[in-house]
Design a binder for this molecule. Structure first.
Ligand SMILES: C[S@@+](CC[C@H](N)C(=O)[O-])C[C@H]1O[C@@H](n2cnc3c(N)ncnc32)[C@H](O)[C@@H]1O
Length: 207
C-alpha cells in the first residue's frame, strides 16, 4: 500500500515531524476524556512510534500497539526497549490482530484520515472493545489543504463531525461526544507556499 511505504520511509523522522504538527496537549486531552485507570488495557491503533502509548504506559496501563508499518513499530520498539507493558502487533485497519472484547480503551490519533474506509475502521475498533469500554479518536476537522494528500499521503481531507457522530452510532457506540481538542494541526507544503492550520476534534463513545 502506497501509504504504508510513506510511513515506512518517514518512520525514523516521525517523532520530529509529529512535534512540528501538533503538541502533547492532544494526547493529554484524549487521555483525560477517557479517564484512564492504571492496570487497565488499551489499544493504540495506528500507533506510529507510540505517541499515545507513551502517555498510557506513564499512567500504568498496558498497551496493544498496532500499526501497518513495520518500520514505525521498529522505531517504537527501540524507544521503549525493556518496557514489558507494550505488545507490538503489525496489522491492518480492516482486520485488527486483536480478539473481540479484549480492551478497555481504544485510541486512534491521526489515523482515521489515512484509512481506506473510515466507518469500517471505526466498526473494527469497536469490535475489540469490552462492553463498557471507550473509543477515543483524535483527528482533523474537514479542511481544504490538498497538499497533505500529495505530500503526507492523507486519504481524507479531515472529517465532518456529523459523519463521525453517525459512524460511531452505526458501530453501536453510545454517550457519543465530538468536541474540539483546542489545538490545531499545522503543516507547511514542501515548496513553502501553503501553510495548513487545521482544528483537531476528539470523538469519544462507549460500547
Ligand atoms: C499520521 S500517523 C500517526 C501515528 C501516531 N498515532 C501519532 O499520533 O504519532 C498514522 C499511522 O497510521 C498507520 N496507518 C495508516 N493507515 C493504516 C492502516 N490502513 N492500517 C494500519 N495502520 C495504518 C501509519 O503506518 C502511521 O503509523
Amino acid at each position: 500500500m502506497e501509504s504504508e511505504n510513506y510511513f515506512d520511509n518517514v518512520a525514523p523522522q516521525w517523532d520530529r515531524l509529529r512535534e512540528s504538527f501538533f503538541s502533547k496537549a492532544v494526547r493529554d486531552k484524549a487521555l483525560a476524556i477517557a479517564n484512564v485507570r492504571p492496570g487497565r488495557i488499551a489499544a493504540d491503533i495506528g500507533c506510529g512510534t507510540g505517541f499515545i502509548t507513551e502517555g498510557l504506559v506513564q499512567r500504568g496501563l498496558s498497551v496493544i500497539a498496532v500499526d501497518g508499518s513495520q518500520n514505525m513499530l521498529l522505531e517504537m520498539k527501540q524507544k521503549f526497549a525493556g518496557l514489558d507493558l507494550i505488545d507490538y502487533r503489525l496489522g491492518e485497519a480492516g482486520s485488527l490482530p486483536i480478539q473481540d472484547e479484549k480492551v478497555d480503551y481504544v485510541f486512534a490519533n491521526m489515523y482515521l484520515h489515512h484509512v481506506e474506509v473510515p466507518q469500517d475502521a471505526i466498526r473494527e475498533m469497536t469490535r475489540i472493545l469490552k462492553t463498557g469500554g471507550m473509543l477515543i479518536i483524535t483527528d482533523l476537522d474537514e479542511h481544504g489543504f490538498e497538499f497533505l494528500k500529495r505530500e503526507h499521503k492523507d486519504r481524507w481531507m479531515g472529517f465532518a463531525r456529523d459523519d463521525i457522530q453517525g459512524w460511531f452510532e452505526e458501530a453501536g457506540l453510545r454517550d457519543i461526544v465530538v468536541d474540539c481538542v483546542g489545538e490545531n494541526c499545522c503543516a507547511s507544503s514542501s515548496c513553502g507556499s501553503e501553510k495548513a492550520k487545521i482544528s483537531i476534534f476528539v470523538a469519544s463513545g462507549k460500547k
